[in-house]
Ligand binder design. Structure first.
Ligand code: PLP
Length: 454
C-alpha cells in the first residue's frame, strides 16, 4: 500500500514533466503551496525567491487577487465559448484588438492556443498554408537554431534545437532545419569581434539556404533573445544581418516572443529591442503571467489575405482548438495586461535591468564563473571548470544541477541549463529584492566552490 503522505502519493501517481524520474523517486517532491509577490512558500512554510518567475512567466508576481476576480467574473457570465464558425465573444474581440495595437510592427490578426508549443505549431502550419495558398507548395522548410527552445509538441519540438527534446522522440520531423547558435562566448573564435561573429552566423544561414535551395526554404524562426537554451543574447548586429538574408531569399520571419514578450528585455517586445520586423509573432507566458494557459500568434495582412482567400476556396481554416480563445483565459490576460500597464512594470523592468545585470556581473570574479550574460530582467551565469580556457565541467550539468538543488537551502529557486544558472524574476522585483536574490546566489556559489574542492 502507498503511505498516505503527499510526497509518497506524488511519487506513486504523478509523472513530472522534464524531470529525472528515478532521481525524483529518491528525493521526492518539493510541494509549493502558495505565492506572494516574488516569493513562493512550500508546505513546510519555507520561503523562496522565485528567481525564474515560475517558468519565465509570472510577470506580475504571485497571489494577485485581481486576476482571480477577473476569472471568477467571466466564469459567472460566460464560462466557456468557442470562436469556430463565426461565433465570437467580447474577451476575444477586446484582447485581439489590444494585441494588434500593441505589436511593434503592423499585424493584422490574432490566433489563440493553449500553449507556446501549439502556437509555434500554428505558426508552422500558417507558413505552409500561406505558401500553398500562393502557389509555392515546395517552399516548406523552416530554419530554426541549435539551442533554440520553441516547445515540445511534434512540430514545436522539432523547431527546438536541444538534444534532450529530440532524442528518443524521433525528432526533428522533415523540413525543419537548424542553423548555428549565436552564442559569442562559446562559439566566437579567437580574435573574432562580436560583429564579425554575427556576420559569420548570417553567412552560415545563407549557406544553409543555398545548400537546401532557396525555393524550398519558407521561414526562419527565432527567439529574439534565446531563453531556455541558456539565455543567449544575440551579438551586436546579428538580427540586422539575419533579417537581410531572410529578405534576400523571401523567408518569412517568425519572432518567438514567448519569454521575451511583455517587458522582459525592458521594452514591450524584444523585436523593438533588437529592431526585428517579423511577419509573425508568438506570445505566451507573461500574457497572463501564467495564471491561465494561453498563447497567441499574430500575423501580417500579407499572410492573412492569402490565407483568407484559401479558406474561401476550400471551406475553412482547418485548424483550431476546443479552448482556442477561451473567454476566461482571455479575461485574465486582459486584467494582467491592465496591471502591467497601471503598475508600469515594463518601465520597472528597464529601471531594474542595470541593478540585476551589474549586480550579477560583480560575480564575474568568482572562481566558478565563466560568463555573466543577459539583458533587461533576464540573465545567466555560466559556471566553468577553468575560467581562462572556458573549459566546462565534466560532465556538463552536474555542477549546475548541484547549484540548482543547493540554492533551495538558501531560499532561492533558479534554473540550471547545463552549467548556466538562469535568472528571470517577476517584473515587479525591486532593487533590494534583487540584492537579496544575488546574495543568496553568492552563498550558493561559495558552497559549490567548497563542494568541488573536496
Ligand atoms: N517558445 C519559447 C521561447 C519558450 O520559452 C517556450 C516555453 O518555455 C515555448 C515556446 C513553449 O511554450 P509551452 O511550454 O507553453 O508549450
Amino acid at each position: 500500500t502507498i503511505p498516505n503522505s503527499p510526497a509518497a502519493r506524488d511519487i506513486a501517481y504523478f509523472f513530472h514533466p522534464v524531470t529525472n524520474a528515478r532521481r525524483h523517486e529518491q528525493v521526492g517532491p518539493r510541494i509549493i503551496e502558495r505565492g506572494k509577490g516574488i516569493y513562493v512558500y512550500d508546505d513546510q512554510g519555507r520561503e523562496y525567491i522565485e528567481a525564474l518567475a515560475g517558468l519565465w512567466s509570472v510577470a506580475i508576481g504571485f497571489g494577485e487577487p485581481r486576476l482571480a476576480k477577473a476569472a471568477a467574473a467571466q466564469m459567472e457570465k460566460l464560462p466557456y465559448y468557442h470562436s469556430f464558425s463565426h461565433k465570437s465573444h467580447m474577451p476575444g474581440i477586446e484582447l485581439s484588438e489590444r494585441l494588434v495595437k500593441m505589436a511593434p510592427v503592423k499585424m493584422s490578426k490574432v490566433f489563440y492556443t493553449n500553449s507556446g508549443s501549439e502556437a509555434n505549431d500554428t505558426a508552422v502550419k500558417l507558413v505552409w498554408y500561406y505558401n500553398n495558398a500562393i502557389g509555392r507548395p515546395n517552399k516548406k522548410k523552416i530554419i530554426s537554431r541549435i539551442k533554440a527552445y520553441h516547445g515540445i509538441t511534434i512540430g514545436a519540438g522539432s523547431l527546438t534545437g536541444l538534444p534532450l527534446n529530440h532524442r528518443d522522440f524521433d525528432l526533428p520531423i522533415a523540413n525543419i532545419l537548424h542553423t548555428c547558435c549565436p552564442h559569442y562566448y562559446r562559439f566566437g573564435r579567437d580574435g573574432e569581434s562580436e560583429e564579425d561573429f554575427a556576420t559569420r552566423m548570417a553567412q552560415d544561414l545563407e549557406d544553409l539556404i543555398l545548400r537546401e535551395g532557396p525555393d524550398t526554404v519558407a521561414a526562419f524562426i527565432g527567439e529574439p533573445l534565446m531563453g531556455a537554451g541558456g539565455v543567449i543574447v544575440p551579438p551586436k548586429t546579428y538580427w540586422e544581418k539575419i533579417q537581410k538574408v531572410c529578405r534576400k531569399y523571401d523567408l518569412l520571419i517568425i519572432a518567438d516572443e514567448v519569454i521575451n514578450g511583455f517587458g522582459r528585455t525592458g521594452k514591450t517586445f524584444a523585436c523593438e529591442t533588437f529592431g526585428i520586423k517579423p511577419d509573425m509573432m508568438v506570445l505566451s507566458k507573461a500574457i497572463t503571467s501564467s495564471y491561465q494557459p494561453l498563447a497567441a500568434v499574430l500575423f501580417t495582412d500579407q499572410i492573412y489575405q492569402a490565407v483568407a482567400d484559401n479558406t474561401n476556396k476550400i471551406g475553412a481554416f482547418g485548424h483550431g482548438f476546443t479552448a482556442s480563445a477561451h473567454p476566461v483565459v482571455l479575461a485574465v490576460a486582459m486584467e494582467n495586461l491592465n496591471i502591467i500597464e497601471e503598475r508600469k512594470l515594463i518601465q520597472n523592468a528597464a529601471a531594474m535591468a542595470p541593478v540585476l545585470q551589474d549586480g550579477l556581473r560583480k560575480l564575474s570574479a568568482h572562481p566558478l564563473v565563466g560568463e555573466v550574460r543577459g539583458l533587461g530582467l533576464i540573465a545567466a551565469v555560466e559556471l566553468v571548470a577553468d575560467k581562462a580556457t572556458k573549459r566546462p565541467f565534466d560532465p556538463i550539468g552536474k555542477v549546475g544541477n548541484w547549484v540548482f538543488e543547493r540554492a533551495h537551502d538558501h531560499g532561492l529557486i533558479v534554473r540550471a541549463i547545463g552549467d548556466s544558472i538562469a535568472f528571470c524574476p517577476p517584473l515587479i522585483i525591486d532593487a533590494a529584492q534583487i540584492g537579496e536574490m544575488i546574495s543568496r546566489f553568492r552563498k550558493t556559489l561559495d558552497d559549490a566552490q567548497a563542494w568541488i574542492r573536496q
